[in-house]
Design a protein around this ligand. Structure first.
Ligand SMILES: Cc1cn([C@H]2C[C@H](O)[C@@H](COP(=O)(O)OP(=O)(O)O[C@H]3O[C@H](C)C(=O)[C@H](O)[C@H]3O)O2)c(=O)[nH]c1=O
Length: 187
């Protein structure tokens, strides 16, 4: 398992090893002990999956507010996607900063996005499937979001991005400057 941290503290990229043989490969895609060692003691209580049929499909930027704030462990199981996390912790030295990683079934990369971050992705191929574990159940009333193209954040989305794919909800998300202080940063 390779581990990469970012200048934006709290985000972690985990890459399980693929054990190859003439049939293909085997990978341990999640180990509670290794995850706790590198990301802390979290309990995953829900698994999510979505398929985006068109390349350039953009979902996000989303998060759940307290008391249902979610940590997300994200991976791609079909196609390819550009995964983005934005720091929305008031007082964070990296408030409003973003990171992006390309996740594919072949690279096996998984992004850990703890509470305090908005999360979104853009599919890069047809029929892209994202699978992610979350640390809190879905709560429609705590389901919040942020504009995907907020110039104050400046996410460099892939050229394939297609705003026509935005859900009605995502077409009217607020700007970072309009966002209440849902999360505050602590050392
Ligand atoms: C997230 C979620 C949604 N739903 C229902 C609500 C809607 O009827 C339908 C589609 O929901 P939504 O349009 O919010 O789905 P996405 O646009 O893929 O949103 C997700 O994708 C971005 C990238 C995320 O990080 C979040 O996990 C999540 O917000 O599924 C549920 O029943 N349970 C759930 O956990």
């Amino acid at each position: 398992m390779e581990i990469k941290s970012f200048d934006v503290s709290g985000l972690t990229l985990l890459t399980p090893h693929h054990i190859g043989d003439e049939r293909g490969y085997f990978a341990e895609t999640f180990r509670a002990d290794l995850f706790a060692q590198h990301c802390g003691n979290w309990t995953f209580i829900q698994d999510n999956e979505s398929r985006s049929v068109r390349p350039g499909t953009i979902r996000g930027l989303h998060f759940q507010s307290e008391p249902h704030a979610q940590g997300k462990l994200v991976r791609c199981t079909a196609g390819a996607l550009f995964d983005v996390a934005v720091d929305i912790r008031q007082g964070s030295p990296t408030f409003g900063q973003w990171i992006g990683e390309t996740l594919t079934p072949d690279n096996g990369k998984q992004l850990w996005v703890p509470p305090g971050f908005a999360h979104g992705f853009c599919s890069l191929e047809p029929d892209t499937v994202i699978c992610y574990k979350v640390t809190a159940y879905y709560s429609a009333e705590c389901d919040k979001g942020l504009r995907w193209d907020d110039p104050a954040i400046g996410v460099k989305w892939p050229d394939v991005v297609d705003p026509e794919t935005l859900s009605p909800k995502d077409r009217q998300q607020p700007l970072l400057a309009e966002l209440p202080a849902y999360f505050t940063w602590s050392e």
